[in-house]
Design a protein around this ligand. Structure first.
Ligand code: FAD
Length: 397
């Protein structure tokens, strides 16, 4: 008889987990508390580790369709002095790890499509309130949903995790960000400047520009959590223009809707209890220093689904899964934090730190490590290439 999973949370993690389990023959039900499956935020960076997961569930072509290729990520201080530069591998690279930026809605829609095609049942407006270790999730309407495995993919404020007493630490960071998508001016997406990821610093405030698609780019306005004036919504445009006058035309076009999030790092005592596994941000939320929160989450989800295919002994699989995935997830959390809190540093010190000979290449290697990690079962997968490049290769052949 097919094994059955109940998943709390219809975000990136819950839907990847659902799609992967359903493709392996499980029956799967996802409970999403909102009335529709919708992404919040704006753009998202997805590295090759995430791309391998998307490919495995049949969502890569749709998720990455139309994304732009960023050659490099450059940051400057308020006087226009260079702070740091991180180059990216080109999309055509066949060995180095690549980074793709897309809109969150496009990514989520592609994953949702894959989950639906695999036969996942999705119930919206269904909020999980707790779970029991024998494999039961309880929803707000009092119903109990038994399963061979319950997945708590209900995000940073996970009720499933907290009902089982699994939280070890929850550390709010000093900063947060407002994220928005802004329409491109005609032709700008194709210029070298338009394709380059850029970050401008002024005091404790920063603006990060990431090209997304040919139609829109993604701006993050980053500030200290105590900077309540700058983190108001809708974005206080005059205040941000005053700090970054050269960005006036971009800031002017920022829409009223946006979202502010404070960054947090979450660690658990254990990633599972009995027949309940905690996956995604609910288990290991991190600051966005490496752009790897989602990549790590979906990589952990696919690994668990693939490991479960090899054994009926769920307890043993959960222990093996945590032992395999937790070290790289904690490495990613650590390097996200090390990369990010430079906001508190004087800019001259950040410049020295980012450019120290010997240390700089070593740091880049540590930062790249998560993108070079393979989710369980993807080790022999052929590298994903954009369909246009695949067509070229077929024509040449
Ligand atoms: C500013 C910022 C920038 C980021 N940039 C990147 C990036 O560039 N690249 C990257 O890889 N990651 C990035 N991240 C991290 C990324 O957004 C998260 O890691 C990712 O969203 C985690 O997905 P998730 O499905 O685990 O959680 P979520 O996305 O939070 O999804 C949880 C889902 O569960 C639902 N839910 C919540 N509670 C319940 C409940 N009780 N019952 C039922 N459903 C429930 C929610 O409505 C939601 O749909 C960033 C994060 C921030 C804050």
């Amino acid at each position: 008889m097919a094994r059955h999973a109940e998943i709390a949370g219809g975000g990136f993690t819950g839907l990847v987990m659902g799609a992967a389990l359903a493709r392996a023959g499980w029956t799967v039900r996802v409970h999403e508390r909102t009335e529709e499956i919708r992404a919040f935020g704006a753009g998202i960076w997805i590295w090759d580790n995430g791309v391998r997961v998307l490919k495995a569930i049949g969502a890569a072509d749709e998720a990455l369709d139309g994304c732009t290729e960023a050659p490099t990520y450059i940051s400057w201080d308020a006087k226009g002095r260079y702070i740091d530069e991180v180059p990216f591998a080109p999309i055509t690279s066949t060995d180095r790890s690549r980074m793709f930026c897309i809109t969150r809605q496009q990514l989520l829609s592609a994953i949702l499509g894959a989950a639906e095609r695999a036969g996942v049942e999705i119930i919206t407006g269904s909020t999980a309130t707790s779970a029991r270790p024998e494999g039961v999730v309880i929803t707000e309407d009092g119903r109990e949903w038994p399963a061979d495995l319950v997945i708590g993919a209900d995000g940073i404020n996970s009720k499933v995790r907290d009902s089982l007493g699994l939280l070890k630490s929850r550390k709010p960071h000093v900063d947060g960000a407002i994220r928005v998508l802004v329409p491109h001016e005609p032709g700008y997406a194709d210029t070298e400047e338009g394709r380059t990821i850029r970050e401008w610093w002024n005091g404790y405030r920063r603006v990060l520009y990431t090209p997304c698609t040919r139609e829109v780019f993604y701006l993050a306005f980053i500030m200290l959590a105590r900077d309540t004036e700058a983190s108001r919504l809708p974005l206080p445009k005059s205040l941000w223009t005053e700090a970054f006058p050269h960005l006036e035309s971009m800031i002017d076009r920022v829409p009223d809707e946006g979202r502010y999030d404070r960054f947090e790092t979450i660690k658990l005592k254990a990633w599972s209890k009995g027949r309940v596994a905690i996956v995604g941000d609910s288990a290991h939320a991190m600051s966005p220093g490496l752009g790897q929160g989602c990549g790590t989450a979906i990589s952990n989800a696919l690994s668990l689904a693939n490991m479960l295919q090899e054994s009926d002994d769920i307890d043993r699989v959960l222990a093996r899964w945590e032992a395999r995935q937790r070290p790289i997830s904690e490495h990613t959390q650590l390097w996200s934090t090390i990369t990010w809190p430079l906001i508190l540093w004087p800019h001259w010190a950040a410049r020295i730190y980012c450019n120290m000979p010997i240390l700089h290449p070593w740091m880049l290697k540590q930062r790249r490590k998560p993108s070079e990690f393979f989710a369980y079962g993807t080790e022999t997968q052929a590298r994903w290439m954009p369909p246009s490049l695949r067509k070229e290769a077929e024509t040449v052949a």
